[in-house]
Design a binder for this molecule. Sequence first.
Ligand code: PMV
Length: 319
Amino acid sequence: MIKGQAPSNIALIKYMGKIEGTGNKPTNASLSYTLPHLVTEVHLHEIDGDQDQWAPLELKGFAAPELSEKGRSKFLGHFERLKQAWGLSGHYRIESANNFPSDCGLASSASSFAALTQAAAHLREQKTGVRTSPEELSVLSRKGSGSSCRSFFAPWALWENEGAEAVDLGYPDLLHAAVVISAGVKEVSSSDAHVRVTSSPRFEGRVDRAHQRLRDLTSALKERNWSESYRLCRDEFIDMHELFETSAVPFKYRTKESSDVTDACQHIWNHKGDGPLVTMDAGPNVHLLFRADQRELADKMIEHFRKKHMTFTSWRGLK
Ligand code: PMV
């Protein structure tokens, strides 16, 4: 049996919009923070059959995702691509599970596809003795799910074109929590969102805006300007959600509860001149990143949100 494991990541400059027919090459560069406490594990078992299969992985502390038919075939298709790229033969039962509840509304495609890529690379090494570099893993994983290409580097990953790379922007020990507003299945998948945003009048200029913000955020983080980093991350997720909400057939992930949480964060910033970085992906949940020295504030905020919402928290260094 061969194992692979990979973490999830949260983008602060978002990948939204891809260049058609390029295997998920993005229209703009993105920057993410790796979340080593949220992982997917994949096990590969060689089987006699004539096709690969997917099955839930049973592992203590892990829960298998509910994979739709489409999700399953995307996952198996990615494995086939990896086998072809590396000249691997045979058929396998692919088992996978996440160490975070798969029904809690947090994206798991980044960690799932990265873990499958990692497992296939271990298979390659076992069969051929060839090791695969993180850079090559990133380029191949991107073809399965764009955001997964950033999961091979930590703590920061920058993805501009073919694959991601590590960048040093400091803050190696940020604390992460996600306020879970809804655990439901999204009406519009992120794959559809990538296509639909291009019909928004606001898509014109989006690439320039994202790149300018990436430059500004990179400088702010390097200069340890936390409040400017907060402002830029906020502008960025709002920009992405405005694209969704102004596309030709508009769609919306933000809810009243999401806004209550982001407004509460703004309120804290206004009062204290300090607070967490705040961002949202293609969903209603709100991600918070705190500096290591903000633990007390983090605990207070989590407690506050826990009273109102189901809160999923997971801290680096704590289980
Ligand atoms: O990897 P995908 O196709 O599921 O895209 C996810 C895109 C966002 O999560 C919304 C943003 C990002 O950069 O991760």
